[in-house]
Write a protein that binds this ligand. Sequence first.
Ligand code: ZN
Length: 419
Amino acid sequence: MKVLLLILVSLFMAANGYVSYRNYKLYEVVPNVDQYDGFSAWEGAPGVDFFKRKSAGRASTVLIAPEQQQEFEAFLRLNNILHNVIYQDYEVELEKEREQMAETRKTKSAFKIDGQADFSVFWSFTEMQSYLLGLRDRFPNLIQVENLAFSPEGRPIYAIKVSSNPIFGQRPIIAMETGMHAREWAAPPTTLYLIHKLVEDPVTSAELLARVDWLIIPMQNPDGYEFSRNTQRLWRQNRRNVTATCTGVDLNRNFAFTWRAATLSQPCGSQTYPGPSPLSEPEDYQLHHVVERYAGQVKMYLSVHTFGDLVLFPWGYTDAPGRIENWDELVNVGNIWRDAVLAATGKDYYVVNSLEYFGNINGAVDDHMLAIHGASITYTLELTDGFDFRYPEERILALAEETFIGYRSFGLYIGNRFG
Ligand SMILES: [Zn+2]
C-alpha cells in the first residue's frame, strides 16, 4: 500500500495539475503461445498499463512505469519474448498532445462562428451537452434527449433518441454507446457526428430514419472523460469511490452476463477492475435498463472504442461454449461495414471474434447485450488503428465521416432486414 501511495504521489506533478507519465516506456510485445500466460500475468500489476492485450502471436501494447521497467525487461529477456520500445518517455508525447490542443483552442471551440458544430476539436463534456440540448430545441420532432441518470460526480448521462416517428421505439432500433473508456477520446466524436447527420442533414434523415430508430449514448462515462482531459490522460475507468482508498471501475467489465469477481490480477485500483458486483456502476446500470426497456426492438448493439481497426463479435468471455449460434451472420454483417468503409476510404477493418483476437474478457457490454437483451447482431468496434489513445484533432472529422459510412451501412442493413 505504501509503495502504491508513493507511486500515486509521485504521479501527481504540481505543474498544471496533470498526472505525469515522465519516463514511462511504451512497449510492443509479441508473446507466443508458450510465453503468453507469463506475459498476461503482468496485467493489473502496479505501474503496468495494458493499452491493448491481444491473444498470443499478436502485438500487445503496454506502458510500464520507470520503477517496473528493469524487472519487466528482465522478464522479456529471460523468456526471450519478441518486443520493442515504441516510446522511451510517454510524457513527451503527452506534452506534444497538450500543446497541440492548446494551439487548436486558440481559434476553435465545439461551435463555429455560424453556430454549426466543429468536428475538428475534442469537445468538453459541457460542449457535448450544449450541442445535444441545442439540437433538441431546434429539431424537437426528430430528437429526444433523455437524462438516464447522473454520474457519481453529478453529470447527466444522456440517451439520445433519434426517430422520425412521434413515438420512439416502434421501429427496429440500433443502440450504441461511446465513451465507456475515458481515455478513448476519438470514439465519442463519431456518434456525435452520426447524431448531427441524422438530425441536421435532410438526405441522411430521409435515408436512415425511414425504417430505423437510433438510441445513442454518446458519452457513457462523462466523469472519466473529464478526468482524462484535465488530470490524468490515461484514465480508463469511471470515477466512483468504491472504497476510501480506491476509485474507478472498468465499465466494460461490470456487466452482469459472465461478470466475474475481481481476482488477484484485477484488484480494486487496477485498470480492469470489474467492480464490487455486477452492474454496481450507475453508468452501466442505466445503460442496461434503457436497452432493457426496448428489448425486442433493439436489433443491433454497438460499443465503440479505440484503438485498432476492428469489428469484433461475441463471444468474448472465458469458457464460451464454442462458436456463437449466429457466427456466420455476424461475420457477414461485419463485412458489410468492412466493405463499405474499404470502398470509400481504402481503410481495411478486420472482422474477427473477440475471444480469438483478445483472449477472454468477462462482464463486457457486447456479450451482455446479446445474451441478456437479445440484440443478436452486436459488435465492439475499435477505431483508429495506427494511433494509440492520442489522436490528432485535425483528423477527427475525417474519422467521423469514415465511421459514418460504417454506421450508415449498418442502418441500411437493419432497415432492410427488420424494417
Ligand atoms: Zn475501450
